[in-house]
Design a protein around this ligand. Structure first.
Ligand code: SAM
Length: 227
């Protein structure tokens, strides 16, 4: 019952047109933050961004996930694909560690915001692109692929196709973050146990090693697949 109420409240909240909350936001960021808020129905910003000039855009996701990823400090010469990149927090971190990065999202406005966020860090060479997993196929080959909290946005047919594509495009490591119940507004109101996500990955990919690493913030299971 509580879950149904939460779902209804969130759905109504997501649909209601909202005025931008710019309290405490420096004037130079107003336009960007307004567009980010417009495209971030739940938290106002999905990802926290700590800008180099000290402005912190507080989002729902923080930096704590990076401790779980345990990425190399130096990623020079490595390639990264960030699927459902949102504001580009993951893309940016990998670029700052030296990787060559492509970020994809189906929301063109978010892709534009991610480019502007990166530009504020003096980074202009992240290859951000609009791609809708429901209509487009993933291409290329990457050392590291991040598929974080996107699965629940997809219908079953797309999920299976994307799993096969993730297998094909990942030469090294796939980071798969599963959603938890509070995330499931996007698609469904049940939370699969982590074993079911491992089952999806075991059934539809050929990674020799699939391990549940730990939980990220809000207890989201993080699964690492490697070859
Ligand atoms: C819950 S957010 C996760 C963002 C980011 N991966 C993270 O973990 O911080 C889901 C993201 O997936 C994107 N997305 C949803 N459906 C998509 C689709 N069909 N194709 C590409 N991106 C999609 C959304 O725009 C959003 O940025």
């Amino acid at each position: 019952m509580v879950a149904v109420r939460t779902l209804v409240r969130r759905t109504i909240g997501a649909l209601r047109p909202r005025r931008a909350d710019l309290a405490g936001v420096p004037a130079r960021y107003h336009d960007l933050v307004r567009r980010i808020q417009k495209n971030s129905p739940i938290w106002g910003a999905h990802q926290t961004i700590e800008f180099p000039d000290g402005f912190v855009l507080k989002g729902g996701r923080d930096r704590s996930r990076f401790d779980v990823f345990d990425l190399p400090a130096n990623m020079a010469g490595q390639s990264v694909l960030d699927i459902g990149c949102n504001l580009g927090a993951i893309s940016l971190e990998c670029r700052q560690r030296g990787a060559r990065v492509r970020g994809l999202d189906y929301n063109a406005e978010l892709v534009q915001c991610a480019s502007e966020v990166a530009a504020a860090f003096g980074i202009k060479d992240i290859d951000y692109r609009v791609l809708d997993l429901r209509a487009d196929r993933l291409g290329g080959r990457y050392d590291h692929v991040f598929f974080l909290n996107v699965f629940h946005h997809l219908d079953e047919h797309t999920r299976l196709q994307v799993l096969r594509d993730l297998d094909r495009v990942t030469t090294g490591t796939l980071y798969f973050e599963a959603p938890v119940k509070d995330d499931l507004v996007a698609r469904e109101a049940v939370q699969f146990p982590v074993e079911d996500y491992v089952g999806y990955l075991t059934g539809f990919t050929n990674f020799p090693k699939i391990e549940v690493l730990a939980s990220t913030d809000f207890g989201r299971p993080l699964i690492r697949c490697s070859r």
